[in-house]
Design a protein around this ligand. Structure first.
Ligand SMILES: Cc1ncc(COP(=O)(O)O)c(C=O)c1O
Length: 433
């Protein structure tokens, strides 16, 4: 040990000290930290508006009825292959159905229909849910296109920053939210990108139900954004975490993506698809990455798929199969699919009712400020407009938990707590700046 003849040998102090002592502390992930603080809180009136998960009117998680039905089917089938490896690409039938869902192979509105040859523009691979799809897409672009930077909306789902930081791509932001109008900052976005975005830069777009603001572009604004992407040669990267969950309507929630898909000249872009929220399969980690190419070329598609498979193989070999079997079972069966539509309506309508209930209470209390954005914003989240000090005060005084930006998850509201939440907002708005 530490002998003069071998200068590389371990010394006594090497053995006592860990190699990892120089690691800096990592800031905790906010939604999970807020959730942890909520769980620790012993107050009986506590309310959790922090974490982005669906809750029933009783404040409980909801295994979708259709998921339970699919689980029964799968259990009864007793398929001896059920615990085997998937291919590196994933479950191909699941991927076919997932692709149809995004791009509209059977959309009710024929202008949204994806036709036969179009399908060959899309290369898809199963991923570890939406997070994994975002990460895999970032890795693909970082290694093979080497974009000058990625344009991330400000604000956004915080993990976008982590994902692109880890992929080693320079991050810049565009001003997504107009605090005065409490809506999408269309002018600010167009101004920033027109002035500063360069060919092959990536732009992150939330396909619907923007997290954290709940404010989306209108269809006319999406059209302008698609033109801008074409003019500047940008690579749009859609994050699709709320299809069907946002409005209850699968077509409406995928409108932006289907519009970009039909653009001429053709755009190349990525879609990170998650089944966490719309199937309530949070822990199962079900998702897909779709890469849309501008031309149909068999060799290009094969090479693209090969590159994606190579990245996946070196990371975790293939995505898990349990959740994707549930999704495949539902999407592949007309009866179950109809049941799923009902479940989507149940979730999106309950959220809409809770938006209305919170708004009505704040109006009844004559709470300072304007609150109609609560009704206009869509999806799971609303940006209340509270300051960080007010957010901390509502937590310490009233045991109500939300992100420090003032983002609340509407699904944490129910008939039993909405009055209390409104009174607490009213209190902090009156007494805290
Ligand atoms: C905008 C956005 N993207 C992606 C995700 C990824 O979720 P998951 O990895 O559970 O699919 C979420 C989840 O909250 C989200 O809000």
């Amino acid at each position: 040990m530490g002998s003069l003849s071998d200068p590389l040998a371990l010394t006594a102090s090497d053995l006592k000290n860990s190699r990892f002592t120089s690691l800096p502390p990592t800031p905790p992930d906010e939604p999970f930290a807020v959730n942890g603080a909520y769980i620790e809180d012993k107050d009986p009136q506590k309310v959790n508006l922090g974490i982005g998960v669906y809750r029933t009117a009783d404040g409980l998680p909801w295994p979708l009825r259709v998921v339970e039905a699919a689980e029964e089917h799968l259990h009864e089938a007793k398929n001896v292959h059920r615990h085997e490896y998937l291919t590196i690409q994933g479950d191909r039938e699941f991927l076919r159905l997932a692709t149809d869902l995004v791009f509209g192979a059977e959309a009710k509105n024929s202008t949204q229909l994806m036709t036969g040859p179009d399908r060959d523009r899309v290369v898809s691979i199963q991923t570890v849910s939406g997070t994994g799809a975002n990460r895999l897409g970032a890795e693909l672009l970082a290694r093979n296109i080497q974009p000058g930077c990625v344009w991330i909306p400000d604000p956004t789902w915080a993990n976008h920053h982590t994902i692109w930081e880890l992929a080693g791509v320079q991050r810049k932001t565009y001003p997504y939210y107009n605090n005065a109008s409490k809506s999408f900052d269309f002018e600010g976005t167009v101004r920033t990108l027109s002035k500063s975005a360069k060919k092959n830069d990536v732009i992150i777009l939330h396909a619907c139900a923007h997290n954290p603001t709940g404010a989306d572009p209108t269809q006319e604004q999406w059209k302008v954004l698609s033109e801008l992407c074409k003019e500047k040669g940008l690579i749009p990267f859609f994050d699709l975490a709320y299809q069907g969950f946002a409005s209850g309507n699968l077509e409406q929630d995928a409108w932006s993506i289907r519009h970009f898909f039909r653009c001429e000249p053709k755009l190349e872009f990525c879609v990170a698809q998650s089944f966490s929220k719309n199937f309530g399969l949070y822990g199962q980690r079900v998702g897909a990455l779709h890469v849309v190419t501008s031309t149909v070329n068999h060799q290009t598609s094969q090479n693209l798929l090969g590159t994606l498979c190579h990245l996946v193989r070196g990371e975790y070999s293939m995505a898990p199969r349990g959740g994707s079997e549930i999704v495949r079972t539902v999407l592949g069966d007309k009866g179950l699919k109809n049941k799923w539509f009902d479940d989507l309506m149940t979730m999106s309508q309950r959220i809409q009712q809770m938006r209305q209930a919170l708004y009505d209470e704040l109006i009844r209390l004559k709470t300072l400020g304007k609150w109609d954005h609560i009704l206009k914003q869509i999806g799971m989240f609303t940006y209340l407009g509270l300051s960080e000090t007010q957010v901390m005060k509502i937590r310490s005084r009233h045991h109500i938990y939300m992100l420090k930006s003032g983002r609340i998850s509407i699904s944490g509201l129910n008939e039993s707590n909405v009055k209390y939440v409104a009174q607490s907002i009213d209190d902090v708005v009156r007494t805290v700046v």
